[in-house]
Design a protein around this ligand. Structure first.
Ligand code: VG1
Ligand code: CO
Length: 542
């Protein structure tokens, strides 16, 4: 029953920051998805008879690829596949299911915060047995395999019914269709003080979650409305749609502006949160206070012991290099380890497996802990609700008290999207060429203390990742960072990250872009962004 189908390699299947992401029509080319999935299997060893987890964020083409992957898993010798009902598993839920059921690994189908639909984005990512994204050693092997692949294995049988929970036979392999929510919701209940959050909500604290018509809807309804007792309707846009209702499921001040405005209005809710396409990102807004993702990491770490799952304290903190240094000050005060990694959650896995860190975060609206091996949007939201319930203070009071104690790291990211790839590469090359000459010079009146192209030496497996972002550090702790996105599907995206440390509490109320204006001007002066990109201002500011 197993058939071996001959195929031709595609040259463009290099996984980026988080798996392979392309437009749907690219994935619809003959054998395109099959080639990549077979390349994953060909790069792994010892999965005969083992369990594979498969799920996705429900976007357009999700079901089709799941059917292909199921048949290929059977033909390649997996013993069992666990798949979310309807093909749904949020990225953190997939990570949890892999860990809980000791699966060999998982295939997560998502292009995260990128739009979905027939002409929008799709993605495939492989996660290893610890539940986390495959490290570069494996993604490099997968890419190498895609360049020479000449056949894939599948079985010629009918599709599985993905909409009925239960066990099914697929050419001798067991397919278990599972409820995608229960295991995850149960895990959250072990980590956070649900009774305290429930009484906060029943006492009149109004919480809204915008699931942006993406995967977290069913999770948020179960947790917030059913288990925590928030009124029906507290979760908005709760039905996952294949095209996310034509929205951009990216929880930030641009794409979740409606929610932000609602929380900021005088009679709006006390607390608002949003999540992205696959449920691993989060945005937290308290009345009168948006929490930047970098601050969120620092504040969750500083208040971790409020939550039952972290009562014993945290082992250490990790953040991606462009993420602000707010968490570093918390680690210093707690006397625990602080690790700076390249962008992308795959770099946190080794540190968590080795017990070096408990909480991790990225400036790109990603926070998480060692409860899974992915960032986790709803986890962060629940952590904040737990902190608010325990401290009996508003988000605004908690944030302001934190700044008063540690100082404030003003922070912003400017994205220039759809830049011509050659021009973007030229900008980076020009910057790289002048790095050595920068220290000691001044740019727009700011003195450069150091400048380099970030390289990471993994302290656990000693692998080295070079060229992870250009950083220019100024005296006094301010800095600008430049890097090119590894998740886009058309042209290049230049990211400029800007940070200023302000210890003086009387200067903590400045509007962010104003507080960073001289650094933003310095970035233009040193990198000539306008000239290289042909753009007068960024596409998105977060
Ligand atoms: C972006 C973010 C990065 C994040 C990655 C995946 O990558 O900057 O911090 O880990 O997306 O997140 P890049 O290479 O475009 O800067 V998700 O929620 O898209 O899986
Ligand atoms: Co995501």
């Amino acid at each position: 029953m197993i058939s071996t189908v001959s195929t031709k390699p595609y040259a463009d299947q290099k996984p980026g920051t988080s798996g392979l992401r392309k437009k749907v029509p690219v994935f619809q080319q003959e054998n395109y998805a099959e080639n990549f999935i077979q390349a994953i299997f060909d790069s792994l060893e010892g999965f005969e008879g083992q369990t594979l987890v498969i799920g996705g964020d429900g976007r357009y083409y999700n079901r089709e690829v799941i059917q292909k992957a199921l048949k290929m898993a059977a033909a390649n010798g997996f013993g069992k596949v666990m798949v979310g009902k309807g093909g749904i598993l949020s990225t953190p839920a997939a990570s949890h299911v892999i860990r809980k059921y000791k699966a060999f690994g998982g295939i997560v189908l998502s292009a995260s915060h990128n739009p979905g639909g027939p002409t929008e984005d799709f993605g495939i990512k492989y996660n290893i047995g610890n539940g986390g994204p495959a490290p570069e050693k494996i993604t490099d092997a997968i890419f190498a395999r895609t360049k020479v692949i000449d056949s894939y294995k599948t079985v010629d049988v009918a599709d599985i019914d993905l909409d009925t929970v239960g066990s099914f036979d697929l050419a001798g392999m067991v397919v278990e269709v599972i409820d995608p929510v229960t295991d995850y919701a149960d895990l959250m209940e072990t980590l956070f003080d649900f009774p305290a959050i429930r009484s906060l909500i029943s006492g009149g604290f109004r919480v809204v979650i915008d699931s942006m018509s993406a995967v977290t809807g069913p999770y948020a309804v179960e947790i917030l409305e059913k288990r925590l007792g928030a009124p029906a309707g507290s979760v908005r846009n709760e039905v996952p749609l294949p095209d996310f209702g034509h929205h951009h499921p990216d929880p930030n001040l641009v794409h979740a502006k409606e929610l932000y405005d609602d929380v900021m209005s005088p009679d709006g809710p006390d607390f608002g949160a949003a999540s992205d396409g696959d449920g691993d990102r989060n945005m937290v807004v308290g009345k009168g206070m948006f929490v930047t993702p970098s601050d969120s990491l620092a504040m969750i770490a500083a208040n971790a012991t409020c939550a039952p799952g972290y009562r014993q304290g945290i082992a250490g903190i990790a953040r991606s290099m462009p993420t602000s240094a707010a968490a570093d000050r918390v680690a210093e005060k707690l006397g625990i380890g602080m690790y700076e990694t390249p962008t992308g959650w795959k770099f946190f896995g080794n540190l968590m497996d080795a017990g070096k860190v408990t909480v991790c975060g990225e400036e790109s609206f990603g926070t998480g802990s060692d409860h899974v091996r992915e960032k986790d949007g709803l986890w962060a939201v629940l952590f904040w609700l737990n902190i608010v319930a325990a401290r009996k203070q508003s988000v605004k009071e908690i944030v302001e008290a934190h700044w008063a104690e540690y100082g404030r790291n003003y922070y912003s990211r400017h994205d220039y999207e759809g830049v011509d790839t050659e021009n973007a590469n030229a900008l980076v090359a020009a910057l790289r060429a002048k790095l050595e000459s920068l220290p000691g010079t001044t740019i727009n009146g700011l003195t450069v203390s150091a400048a380099d192209d970030f390289a990471y030496n993994d302290p656990i497996d000693h692998s080295v990742s070079k060229n992870q972002g250009i950083r220019i550090l100024f005296e006094g702790g301010s800095r600008i960072v430049f890097r090119l996105s590894g998740t886009g599907t058309s042209g290049a995206t230049l990211r400029l990250y800007v940070e200023r440390y302000e210890p003086d509490a009387s200067r903590h109320g400045i509007e962010t872009q104003a507080a960073l204006a001289d650094l933003i001007a310095a970035a233009e002066e040193v990198a000539e962004i306008k000239r290289y990109t042909g753009m007068n201002e960024p596409t998105v500011i977060t």
